[in-house]
Write a protein that binds this ligand. Structure first.
Ligand code: FNR
Length: 363
């Protein structure tokens, strides 16, 4: 279908399911074992109800956001997802260019299909990028990568902490892996007795022995702000504050790590209830299942600084850079309409008073 006929994120998913190769579709769309967390990420967002305000002059709306001090034209960013080139020859380069035109931030995956330098250079020299890190068991490789990131002007390191080992993604395991390799981590996929899971095969370099005490080394080596991606427990959010990290991302890897892990939006609701002080100590992001502007607005109202969008961007790459731009415009437009219909003109006005979360509070 022609790009302009796609009017929401689900349309991109539908088109991707039909036009990506079966292996790429399996890798992108799959999640751990019974897909409970994956499905509930989205389902719980839809159980939060909005209580709009009225008669508030919603003529001029501003939904720009500062993320770790960097300007973003919208309160969402591109979550790091591996191997974008499987969807389109331009892969992560197309995402970088779309991020530039749309004024949003791309968090580049450690398992990207293009070298870090090429991705950064395909954008604008002023354009902020974040980089997602998996610490390598051969630590010197991570040191080199962090120095490279610093040299390239990357603005923050998102350390992924929810996948010391990859989850069991069965749809991905069932289809043999071709020969693919990440240009950043060097990870390669080969089939083995367990199957052809790209996620699993490309994760073998990840250091399972990583602990809180390693964070200082990452921060010192890179000289950059550190965000922990994959925080799923209030106690860990508090520890993140103690360890002085700059941000936490409430995430379960899009349901790809441990199945039946609590949906990300519920972690956000719970964090507000049990440790509200955390929000004033560091920035809180969330991802998993965000496909609507209204869902993004709910997370902002609950105290998130920004929301990450993962699979929808991979799916948008069926249309390359233009697809990623079109998806971004759709999400921005949905946010704008939702804000006006909520009676707010600025994201600062998005507060929990606009929401009824009682359906998920008791969970
Ligand atoms: C991911 N994700 C991911 N996360 C990460 O830290 N490093 C990575 O390399 C990848 N790779 C990756 C590949 C694919 C195909 C997917 C779908 C996801 C997880 C990603 O950053 C994000 O947390 C989720 O995708 C968010 O959920 P949604 O938006 O896809 O529902």
């Amino acid at each position: 279908p022609e790009l302009h006929t796609l009017i929401n994120a689900a349309d991109f998913e539908r088109v991707a399911s039909k036009s990506l190769t079966p292996k790429t579709w399996a890798f992108y769309s799959s999640a751990a074992t019974d897909l409970i967390t994956h499905q509930q990420n989205k389902a719980l967002l839809r159980r939060i109800m909005i209580q709009p305000r009225i008669l508030r002059n919603v003529k001029d709306v501003d939904f720009r956001r500062k993320i770790l001090g960097h300007n973003s034209n919208a309160p969402f960013f591109i979550s790091p997802a591996a191997m974008a080139r499987l969807a389109h020859p331009d892969g992560e380069l197309a995402l970088a260019k779309a991020a530039k035109t749309e004024g949003i931030i791309q968090c580049i995956s450690n398992n990207a299909s293009y070298p870090l330098g090429s991705i950064v250079e395909s954008g604008d020299p002023q354009q902020p990028f974040f980089f997602q890190l998996y610490v390598n068991s051969e630590r010197h490789k991570t040191t080199e990568l962090l120095l490279k990131a610093k040299e390239l002007g990357i603005k923050a390191i998102f350390v992924t902490v929810d996948a010391p080992v990859p989850g069991k993604r069965e749809a991905d395991e069932r289809i043999a892996a071709g020969s693919i390799q990440s240009a950043i981590s060097g990870a390669k996929a080969t089939n083995d007795k367990k199957g052809g899971g790209l996620g699993r095969l490309m994760a073998q370099y990840i250091d399972k022995s990583l602990t809180w005490s390693d964070l200082a080394w990452i921060k010192e080596t890179s000289g950059l702000p550190i965000v922990l991606k994959g925080v799923q427990n209030v106690q860990d959010a508090k520890m993140a504050v103690e360890y002085g990290v700059d941000g936490i991302m409430l995430s379960n890897h899009g349901g790809r790590s441990l199945d039946t892990a609590q949906p990300a939006i519920l972690n956000l609701v719970e964090l507000r209830m049990k440790a509200p002080e955390v929000f004033s100590k560091l920035e809180v992001y969330v991802d998993g299942g965000f496909e609507r502007g209204s869902d993004i607005l709910k997370a902002i109202a609950l105290g998130a600084t920004a929301v990450g969008v993962g699979r929808p961007y991979l799916y948008s790459l069926v249309y390359g850079q233009e697809g990623a731009e079109h998806l971004t415009q759709i999400l921005k437009d949905e946010i704008e309409v939702s804000m006006r219909l909520c009676g707010i003109t600025d994201l600062e006005q998005a507060s929990p008073d606009l929401l009824n979360t009682s359906d998920i509070d008791h969970l």
